[in-house]
Design a protein around this ligand. Structure first.
Ligand code: NAD
Ligand code: LMR
Length: 338
């Protein structure tokens, strides 16, 4: 593919890049898979984030157009595009956060695990690049199956000796976004006021909404709990079926990923009490990876919260979730160790 180095000042007449170098604090963010269904709207949302000073857009196709387009937005971040494997290292060098939505999405009838064969290799290659070029970056991993791709990333980093479990986060924010939306709908509330912890992982029964811990506190009927649990666990499939072969959630995912990256950026800036759910290396259960609420700070994950009191329904859900998760984690680990 042709080489590409598109920046904000594409005319070449721009004076020295005072935005990236000057007074305003900002972080350097790379999106890998930036020309995709999630990547494009996510890149747009990161371009309007005032905490971002430099935005690198990497993909194996179409980054020239996406970069040229987004670089015309009159916001602070300087945008640069990178195309193809030979530009991966330039895309990654110096990055504070790397967001990865690279890989194939589901079609109707598929599970997320059906994506493993293609996406595992993609994630492995990208993480090898991160280990080499920006080993201290915080990684937000979106590519499915997240339950396995996060263990893959961890194994790649361990092999090279750069693994820091505080800096590797599987993005489960879309499950929280959906849960907040669906619970608010049932309760007749504004979704922005609702907070539903969603723990476990990111596939089917591993997505475990803790409806007994909804804030503001509320009482849901058993029928509402069944309906909500099922809808939250199958929210991804609802979109896959509605898109009828044209992919999976992209716009709500870009929103969720941008919200999650913003939380990571606020943590890096040193803001207090930045707490979100994420799928991380964990001792909350006997499994090596588990999603729960985490506090984000300058080092990445600074605290991992336990699950809190679960009711019987949730305890049963937890057992199911752990069983499936164990297999998905093992599959990811074996892929790299084999
Ligand atoms: P898409 O096909 O629209 O875009 C994927 C992009 O990745 C494409 O532009 C493609 O060129 C690029 N790509 C492929 N191989 C690459 C490589 N080696 N390096 C860099 N880029 C590469 O798919 P999408 O809808 O954007 O979904 C992307 C992934 O995100 C899928 O695996 C999907 O299942 C997953 N996803 C996760 C969540 C979540 O909640 N974590 C939500 C939605 C989708
Ligand atoms: C989602 O939850 O929307 C994503 O994981 C995509 C999918 O395959 O469902």
């Amino acid at each position: 593919p042709p080489t590409l180095q598109i920046e904000g000042e594409s005319s070449g007449l721009g004076r020295m890049d005072c935005r990236a170098k000057g007074g305003s604090p900002g972080f350097k963010v790379a999106v890998l898979g930036a020309a995709g269904g999630i990547g494009q709207p996510l890149a747009m949302l990161m371009k309007i984030n005032p905490l971002v000073s430099v935005l690198h857009l990497y993909d194996v196709v179409n980054t020239p157009g996406v970069t040229a387009d987004i670089s015309h937005m009159d916001t602070n971040a300087v945008v640069r595009g990178f195309l193809g494997q030979q530009q991966l290292e330039d895309a990654l060098t110096g990055m504070d956060i790397v967001i990865i939505p690279a890989g194939v999405p589901r079609k109707p009838g598929m599970t997320r695990d059906d994506l493993f064969n293609i996406n595992a290799g993609i994630v492995k290659t990208l993480c090898e690049g991160i280990a080499k070029c920006c080993p201290k970056a915080i990684v937000n991993l979106i590519s499915n199956p997240v339950n396995s791709t996060v263990p893959i990333a961890a194994e790649v980093f361990k092999k090279v000796g750069t693994y820091d479990p505080k800096r590797l986060l599987g993005v489960t924010m879309l499950d929280v976004v959906r849960a907040n939306t669906f619970v608010a709908e049932v309760l007749g509330l504004d979704p922005r006021e609702v907070d539903v912890p969603v723990v476990g992982g990111h596939a089917g029964v591993t997505i475990l909404p803790l409806l007994s811990q909804v804030k503001p506190s509320c009482s849901l009927t058993p029928t509402e709990i069944d309906y909500l649990t099922d809808r939250i666990q199958n929210g991804g499939t609802e979109v896959v079926e509605a898109k009828a072969g044209a992919g999976s959630a992209t716009l709500s995912m870009a929103y969720a990923a941008a919200k999650f990256a913003d939380a990571c950026l606020r943590g890096l800036r040193g803001d207090a009490s930045v707490i979100e759910c994420a799928y991380v290396a964990s001792t909350v259960t006997e499994l090596p990876f588990f999603a729960s609420k985490v506090r984000l700070g300058r080092a990445g994950i600074e605290e991992i919260y336990s699950l809190g009191p679960l009711n019987e329904y949730e305890r049963a859900g937890l057992e199911k979730a752990k069983k499936e998760l164990a297999g998905s984690i093992q599959k990811g680990v074996s892929f790299v160790r084999k």
